[in-house]
Design a protein around this ligand. Structure first.
Ligand SMILES: [Zn+2]
Length: 462
């Protein structure tokens, strides 16, 4: 339908001078306010100019009208946890399943780099207008610049290299996704060097019993890294999946936790520390399930994943079934259903939500079995399984992500003055969060695209 609506507008053209009025849809503006039925949204110069009830639609001179009656309009989705240096395919994490004898890691990385723009377009076609890359090589900085003004790409916020005391040897590649540090002073030095490249935040890997460090030693360098980041005006995001490391990270000043606490129910002390720091919790519920579904060859891909996913990546997900037995690590138990998502993670999400803390939805896309773009919709479904209401999930998937990006004053909700980044849906996401994947139009900076046309354009290039 977008082809008809936008007849006369050249593909990719920015309707700059002439305002456009979108009217008739049910508007969920992302602020937490109740939806407005039969709403209008006026867009001009890439911004939201006005929002209101369609009975009183203003008609700016020369405005184009787009009738989206019967549809739903929501802010552009933001996946607050991705890794663009990983494809989501079978060969992308040789430290987890080492198949470098089948496909060398250098070859996997080369394929990822030549398809980056296509990967971003697939993400965009999923209704995602912003992503946060939480750790990867320095070439991501140039990609961030390019993506900002690309009409079929989400905006990118990034953390740059992961700061860690441990790096899997199988991931050794140049340029490196991980920056190794051993001491507090090395951590400070690494943060200072990273700050020169202007990351949006810093990402720290706080993993117990790795890099042969005891807890106190690890705590010392993590604290130094966060302190140095704050001195330089940068927020610090921490990978800390145990309660003990998460609490220690918060005590050291962490601004974002990029994973659920998964070893015990979070305590009141944890919730209080989150509250005092106004820290953001990214539950990242589905990433382990993605690994299990591939490693046990129990994929059950959704139609959405097959439609949006990179064909090369999707093809690789079946490879464990077709490789000669001698090529497949013997610890894999092919064909067994994956274990259910850890109920502690699900219950902790509810606890964090009930405590009114800030939550952002993030998929960890790029990890094996978690596809860029489509994988985010699977994550939203897990959040619903945990017991969150669709309206609350949508806020985490829009404003929550904008907060992680550090751009909440600019994107994340449909309000006058903000950038015109939004999605038109064919079905009600408040009735079922899975309907957020039924994307009819994706709008960035006021330029509308039909996801089917974006995908068709990619197919032509292949
Ligand atoms: Zn991650």
């Amino acid at each position: 339908m977008a082809a008809i609506l936008f007849a006369g507008l050249a593909p990719g053209a920015v309707a700059d001078d002439q305002p456009t009025v979108y009217s008739g849809a049910t508007l969920f503006d992302g602020t937490g306010r109740p939806p407005i039925e039969n709403a209008y949204v006026v867009v001009g110069d890439g911004r939201i100019l006005a929002v209101g009830d369609a009975d009183m639609v203003p008609s700016p001179d020369g405005a184009a009208h787009v009738d989206i009656s019967g549809k739903w309009l929501i802010p552009g989705l933001i996946d607050a946890h991705v890794h663009l240096f990983q494809s989501g395919g079978l060969y992308t994490r040789p430290d987890v399943v080492d198949l470098r004898h089948v496909l060398p890691y250098e070859q996997e990385m080369a394929a990822i780099r030549v398809t980056l723009d296509a990967t971003l377009a697939r993400t965009f076609a999923a209704g995602i207008t912003g992503v946060v890359d939480f750790g990867g090589p320095d070439w991501l900085y140039a990609l961030r610049e390019r993506a900002e003004h690309n009409a079929v790409s989400p905006r990118i916020a990034l953390a740059g290299q992961l700061i860690a005391t441990w790096s899997p040897r199988q991931l050794a590649i140049d340029p490196a996704p991980i920056k190794l540090v051993a001491t507090p002073s090395e951590a400070r030095e690494a943060i200072r060097r990273q700050a020169e490249r202007k990351p949006d935040l810093i990402k720290i890997w706080f993993v117990r019993a790795r890099g042969d460090q005891d807890f106190e030693t690890a705590q010392a360098w993590v604290s130094a890294a966060i302190d140095e980041a704050h001195k330089l005006g940068l927020r610090a995001a921490v990978h800390a999946t145990e309660h003990e490391t998460a609490v220690a990270a918060l005590a050291a000043g962490a601004d974002v936790l990029v994973h659920s606490v998964d070893d015990q129910m979070v305590t009141d002390a944890f919730l209080l520390a989150m509250h005092e720091r106004n820290a953001i919790y990214i539950p990242t519920l589905g990433v382990y399930d993605g690994y299990w579904r591939v490693l046990r060859q129990y994929l059950r891909l959704t139609e959405n994943e097959r439609r949006l996913g990179d064909p090369r990546v999707i093809e690789s997900l079946d490879d464990l079934s077709t490789l000669p037995e001698s090529d497949v690590p013997s610890w894999l138990t092919i064909g067994r259903p994956p274990p259910p998502v850890n109920p502690i993670m699900l219950n902790n999400l509810v606890r964090v939500h009930d405590a009114n803390l800030v939550i952002a939805a993030g998929s960890d896309a790029g990890n094996i079995g978690t596809l860029h773009g489509a994988g985010f919709h699977r994550e939203l479904a897990y959040m619903a399984d945990a017991g969150m209401a669709p309206a609350d999930i949508l806020v985490t998937a829009t404003m929550g992500g904008a907060k992680v990006m550090g751009r909440a004053d600019e994107i994340g909700s449909i309000e006058p003055g903000k950038r015109a980044d939004f999605v038109v849906l064919d079905a009600d996401p408040l009735a079922d969060i899975r309907n957020a994947s039924r994307v009819s139009l994706v709008v960035k900076d006021g330029t509308a695209r039909d996801p089917d046309e974006v995908l068709a354009g990619l197919a032509l290039q292949e």
